[in-house]
Design a protein around this ligand. Sequence first.
Ligand code: 3HC
Length: 333
Amino acid sequence: MYTQAMDLPNPDGSPQLASVDLEAREAAFNDRAGRGEIVEARDWMPEGYRKTLVRQISQHAHSEIVGMLPEGNWVTRAPSLKRKTILLAKIQDEGGHGLYLYAAAETLGVSRDELLNALHTGKAKYSSIFNYPTLSWADIGVIGWLVDGAAIMNQVPLCRCSYGPYARAMVRICKEESFHQRQGFDLLLTMAKGTDAQRAMVQDAVNRWWWPVLMMFGPHDKDSQNSELSMKWGIKRITNDELRQQFVDATIPQGELLGVTFPDPELRYNEARGHYDFGPIDWTEFWNVVNGHGPLNRERLAARVAAWDEGAWVREAALAHAAKQAARERAAA
Ligand code: 3HC
């Protein structure tokens, strides 16, 4: 899957490239990135490519970390030890995904502190979906089934992203996401085979999460300010709308297996298209949530800032230990 890393010469500290050289270099870069060549951290890359990767990878990492909060709300209330351990494992995975992705972003010359500061000050985004409340145990199943299901749809193509460190991080993340989606569906299947009250709980959760999940794929392609460049540079391999359609087509039959309906009167299979037609997304709600006015935006950010502040002593202790260790090694050398 991986071809020879692009061998564009590294910047060797020689004088600033003349604009004509830069143009030629960018044209060569665009040509080869779009053809599926892999760019490595040490390769030359246009500043715009680097910037959009920092933007997308760091916001992806923020999403993983903030995404731990909605599910964390149910660890102490899981209905059995088995469900509690599964949920703990999933939440732990999400934290790990965030760390892989921060590490991938750091290969682009940004520090983790800078990235986290952008999150804590509200400058950086994270996925809108994590600003919604988890009101019942069925929400935990729906998050696994639908949110992680949508994440897999969007993340598998990123395993073929032109930026090597991001693509490789995604290979491992996608393997774990599959477990996340499966455990969510399994949880809902158990409830669907349970009492009427449990079935009603599942349906209520699907009704509340369905549309925010479709928003996870981002604005329509015509309104997506980053897609054109991301597609040209091989960062994005499939567009927002195509991935959303793939997700709907794959999910509706699963919902039928669970015995749930979807809160969309326009949802129906279109034989001529070979896809499900679905109704319009409420983009006012989407941009409201993206711009910080969703149900729980303030609480999510406050929780992250509090965790950062309360964890300062751990960072200081680790740094002090590392400094002491380094001093010992220097003295022994
Ligand atoms: N929530 C918040 N912001 C969103 C968004 C969403 N659901 N969808 C789009 N946006 C933002 C974009 O970040 C962009 O703003 P910016 O330029 O300030 O960053 C703006 O809306 C326009 O959207 P574009 O389509 O032009 O932006 P992209 O080309 O970056 O596409 C994306 C958006 C499809 C989310 C893309 O960034 C992407 O694929 N990111 C990597 C995957 C990811 O982050 N998934 C989020 C969920 S992670 C997750 O679910 C974890 C799982 O374990 C549960």
